[in-house]
Design a protein around this ligand. Structure first.
Ligand code: P6P
Length: 349
């Protein structure tokens, strides 16, 4: 029996986390917290997989009166189900001090009857949920921050830590496979759900994102709303061999960040949701705490890069729990190239 997980002997998420604990990479309570989140993702995967058979499609709320989340978006039934699964699974675990969800106005301390832990859990329970009704991959994104105050309930301000403070981050993509992608700060690793056994199995250790790419992901319908550097950058991508980049590019856009990022984890690429005239007043479309920061941690640990176009994502100082940011992430060389367009524009502006 091998003493550690390796490609010749795939191992479960549980064994992988025990080995990370033995290596001193994570504390026992953080290991247990990640296990609780993984179990919640299994339950969400089952609910998502039932689709119409489970009566879980469509919008939450009463017919004609969809419930809206704090983002002003119509909530899907599965948004609410996924949020409830993660809240319930983590309330009694004893590893957390509090939780914050993209679907909730404010963070919530753990109920008084349960023991308090030293971690804060932030999550987007079901990212890309607009794709659910058309059977396209969606996912759960989570991030773990430290909480050091003893005997005090955490409040929203305690969550406003830069992405560099994250102790763990991950996503679970509910697609043809259910795959958990996780980092605890020592590489990024993928675990595929073995539905027959009911456990996540290590399938890729130390994901490496290729430094260069010929594939970009952006919602092109926003092109006329972009700022000049984004117009110039994408214009040169579209010019392909005939333009300054000297090679043709392919484009993909799933409109589910987890699915687009997982493709980049698998074969490289650059994902972007830049500032545009429609979202500029809000600071961008995607959420810093629930989407950009956990994905940035995962991507950097896989050898990629993640920025706002002008700043390393993980160094953004959060001002609000639901803060939005422009996002460029993926193949390091391409993210740096996109940043060059922004720097050159700003130098002449
Ligand atoms: P658009 C999903 O709502 C999401 O937050 C991300 O998962 C996704 O990348 C983006 O928004 C899609 O935005 O404007 O293309 O619908």
């Amino acid at each position: 029996m091998s003493l550690s997980c390796n490609d010749a002997q795939p191992c479960s998420l549980t064994r992988f986390l025990i080995e990370e604990q033995r290596a001193g990479h994570i504390e026992p309570d953080l290991r247990l917290l990640i296990e609780v989140v993984a179990r919640a993702c299994k339950r969400i995967s089952i609910a998502v997989g039932k689709g119409a058979l489970g009566g879980v499609l469509g919008e939450a709320g009463l017919p004609g009166a969809a419930s809206m989340n704090v983002q002003g978006e119509a909530q899907k039934k599965l948004d609410v189900i996924a949020n409830d699964v993660l809240m319930e699974a983590n309330a009694w675990g004893g590893h957390l001090a509090g939780l914050a969800s993209e679907e909730m106005d404010h963070s919530q301390p753990i109920p008084d009857e349960f023991p308090r832990g030293r971690y804060l859990l932030l999550f987007d329970p079901l990212d890309g949920s607009s794709n659910i009704d058309v059977n396209v991959s969606v996912g759960t994104i989570f991030s773990v921050l430290p909480y050091a105050k003893q005997g005090q309930d955490p409040v929203d301000a305690d969550y406003l830590q830069p992405g560099t403070a994250q102790l763990a981050a991950g996503y679970c993509v509910y697609g043809p496979q259910t795959t958990l992608v996780l980092t605890v700060g020592h590489g990024t690793h993928a675990f595929t759900l073995d539905r027959e056994v009911g456990s996540f199995v290590l399938t890729t250790r130390n994901i490496r994102i290729p430094e260069q790419t010929a594939e970009f992901a952006v919602n092109m319908s926003n092109q006329r709303h972009w700022q000049p550097p984004m117009q110039a950058y994408v214009g040169d991508l579209l010019a392909g061999k005939t333009g300054p980049r000297g090679k043709d590019f392919n484009m993909r856009w799933v409109a589910s960040m987890v699915a687009d990022v997982h493709r980049i984890m698998t074969r490289g690429g650059i994902f972007s949701y830049p500032l545009d005239a429609k979202n500029e007043a809000k600071g961008g479309k995607l959420r810093l705490m629930y989407e950009a920061n956990p994905m940035a941690f995962l991507v950097e640990q896989a050898g990629g890069a993640a920025t706002t176009g002008r700043q390393r994502m993980l160094e953004v100082r959060p001002a609000d729990l639901h803060q939005r940011v422009p996002v460029f992430l993926g193949s390091k060389g391409e993210v740096e190239e996109a940043g060059r367009y922004h720097r050159e524009h700003d130098a002449t502006a």
